[in-house]
Design a protein around this ligand. Structure first.
Ligand code: HEM
Length: 280
């Protein structure tokens, strides 16, 4: 038996010995990741299939079918910032999922380090480019949403810096925690779209906001929840539940994650059907 197989067998044996509450928590986290991976791959497919295809065909003006502040002929700087943003949207979405797959981290550590560097570069470019577009040119939504997504950009930059420093110092447990926070901050724009589509489907139309101005109380709450608060709060709960010695804590957290995963699966299906697949 070679070393890799021995480690895998040992890990499986340890996980079989883990208390039922820990296994329930792990199962909830794995199902959350599977739904997230499927939903984010669909989003990445849409970015490549719509923005990539139209860019390669030399028709970036078609981006304006989706974005009110899209391609503007003659505005070379902002068009470049937007083009880089869209290209790295694909890279960061696929790269982030790869970083979370345990088998890649364990068996291909050199690949994990290489994609990790690309991911950090992408995170910095997405956050900085996003800020330039929001405050330099204007973006869809009102001031509250612009503030919320700017906080998201700040979280991305801070988590990326801390995760990178822990990785360089080989503080692996701390690196893992900050990399997970970074992944959730980066996924904020995806959570926003999934949450919005779930809300629209549940309410059978826009509720709590004006679809023409794309503003209103629901969108303000959703923006702060998706970009800054909810995913990071759930992650903190998950990390604490992993270390808790009180048996009901992992069970409670596993149930919460399972419910959120169910809601997220409905949101992903709605976003795929309404936003992403029709534009391919
Ligand atoms: C880090 C992960 C991010 C991804 C994957 C991402 C992805 C995208 C995509 C795909 C679009 C095109 C619109 C669509 O088809 O849905 C877009 C547009 C845009 N993004 Fe991002 N983005 C990210 C982060 C950010 C951040 C942090 C900001 C702001 C600070 C931002 C600001 C913008 C702006 C201003 C637009 C132009 C659309 C508009 O008028 O609002 N993005 N982004």
């Amino acid at each position: 038996m070679n070393a890799t197989v021995a480690v895998a067998v040992e890990a499986a044996a340890v996980s079989r010995q883990a208390p039922l509450s820990a296994r329930a928590l792990r199962a909830a986290a794995v199902s959350w990741f599977v739904v997230t991976a499927l939903g984010q791959l669909t989003f990445a497919g849409y970015v490549a299939g719509f923005y990539g295809r139209t860019a390669l065909a030399g028709r970036p003006e078609l981006w304006n079918k989706v974005m009110p502040h899209g391609y503007v002929a003659g505005e070379t700087f902002f068009n470049l910032v937007l083009g880089v943003h869209l290209a790295f949207a694909f890279v960061i979405t696929v790269g982030g999922l790869m970083q979370l797959v345990p088998a890649i981290r364990r068996r291909l550590p050199a690949l994990h380090r290489a994609t990790g560097r690309v991911y950090l570069l992408a995170a910095a470019l997405m956050a900085a480019g996003g800020l330039v577009m929001v405050w330099g040119r204007g973006a869809v939504g009102d001031l509250s949403q612009h503030v919320a997504i700017s906080i998201n950009a700040g979280l991305i930059l801070s988590c990326a810096t801390v995760a990178w420093r822990h990785a360089r110092a080989r503080r692996i447990d701390l690196h893992r925690r900050w990399a997970l926070r970074l992944f959730l901050a980066v996924s904020g724009v995806w959570f926003f779209r999934v949450g919005l589509m779930l809300w629209i489907v549940v309410n059978q139309g826009p509720a709590g906001f004006d679809p023409k101005t794309f503003s209103g109380p629901f969108l303000t709450v959703l923006a702060f929840a998706a970009y800054a608060v909810l995913p990071l709060a759930v992650l903190e709960g998950y990390l604490r539940a992993q270390r808790s010695r009180v048996a009901w804590v992992p069970y409670a957290m596993a149930s919460g994650i399972a419910l959120l995963t169910l809601a997220m699966a409905m949101g992903v299906a709605a976003a795929a059907a309404i936003l992403w697949l029709p534009r391919l």
